[in-house]
Design a protein. Structure first.
Length: 31
């Protein structure tokens, strides 16, 4: 695995984490 692949994976993980956090926030506001 190259460094570029590593960086891509980190970005994907970060985007997923941000998505989950935003969804949780929306649910919290809705309730």
């Amino acid at each position: 695995m190259t460094e570029i692949d590593d960086m891509k994976e980190d970005v994907i993980m970060n985007e997923a984490a941000i998505c989950v956090a935003a969804t949780a926030e929306k649910l919290a506001v809705a309730n």
